[in-house]
Design a protein around this ligand. Structure first.
Ligand code: DGL
Length: 283
């Protein structure tokens, strides 16, 4: 009997679900695309029910579980909760509701802070939504790593980013007010962007910090999460060698206007989003 012919079938393409309440999670998708180019991505922005950051734990958990179930039912075999608020308030509920592995943003963000400030007792300023701050999820995650976190709620930033005012004088004024107050409470070595919308205004945050005399290093939890997802998927990006991998593909779902999602999403993803499916998840 001859030996069985080795299978030439390509390994199955991972389907990665990426979920956020709005456009902010596109910062995580943007970081993931070049890292795991062999995957197909399904992005869901629950834009009709945004902002999550001002809502109760029960409501956030209900919205996030419905969104996660949709992505799991759509065939995703890995789920990235690209929303700090949903991670802080609903990660356990999401994990109980679906059978696929689920990664949140908070642990990767806290670990990135630890890599930035290796000595124990370092000070981290966490900028986040009101709900994330009230949950103290970052304080807990940072304390477990020997870091001291000061958590500051910045509720006006998500609407400003969703409006596309990423380089607008009003956004800079608002940042100046938040950061001036925050720096009276701590002298951070690192500032953790604890909301996936904030990387979109990272330049303005950094410039405001410098104008206030802070030399703190900015940490983007979107990047840290994409790196953690890449490691969890066991993917080794083949940057230096020619690759036969097909380019990454993605599709987007939004629960509110698909036109707005196409327009704003293309700007935030830094590549065109030609088509967006509308999804009704109810109220
Ligand atoms: N992007 C979400 C986060 O990371 C917040 C947006 C919202 O308030 O819905 O927390």
């Amino acid at each position: 009997m001859s030996a069985p012919t080795p299978s030439l079938a390509a390994p199955p393409r991972p389907i990665i679900g990426v979920f956020d309440s709005g456009f902010g999670g596109l910062t995580v998708l943007r970081a993931l695309l070049p890292r795991v180019p062999s995957a197909h991505y399904i992005y869901l922005g629950d834009t009709a029910r945004l902002p999550y950051g001002a809502k109760s734990q029960a409501t956030i958990a209900r919205y996030a579980v419905e969104s996660a179930r949709f992505l799991a039912d759509r065939g995703c075999n890995y789920l990235v909760i690209a929303c700090n608020t949903a991670t802080a308030l609903a990660l356990d509920d999401i994990r109980s509701a679906v059978t696929i592995p689920v990664l949140g943003v908070i642990e990767p963000g806290a670990l990135a802070a630890k890599r930035t400030i290796p000595e124990p007792g370092g000070d981290v300023l966490v900028l986040a939504t009101a709900a994330t701050v009230q949950s103290h999820a970052y304080r807990t995650a940072c304390a477990a790593l020997g870091l001291r976190a000061t958590e500051v709620a910045c509720p006006l930033l998500v609407p400003l980013v969703e409006e596309g005012w990423t380089d607008h004088p009003v956004t800079r004024d608002v940042l100046s007010i938040y950061l001036t107050e925050a720096l009276t409470r701590c002298a951070p070595q690192a500032v953790l962007l604890g909301c996936t919308h904030y990387p979109l205004i990272a330049d303005a945050i950094e410039q405001t910090l410098r104008s206030l005399g802070s030399t703190a290093i900015l940490i983007d939890s979107a990047d840290a999460t994409a790196a953690a997802a890449t490691a969890a998927l066991g993917h080794i990006p083949s940057r230096d060698t020619p690759t036969t991998e097909p380019p990454p593909t993605f599709e987007c779902f939004a629960t509110d206007s698909v036109e707005k999602f196409k327009r704003m999403g293309s700007f935030f993803l830094r590549r065109p989003i030609d088509h967006v499916h509308h999804l009704d998840l109810g109220g």
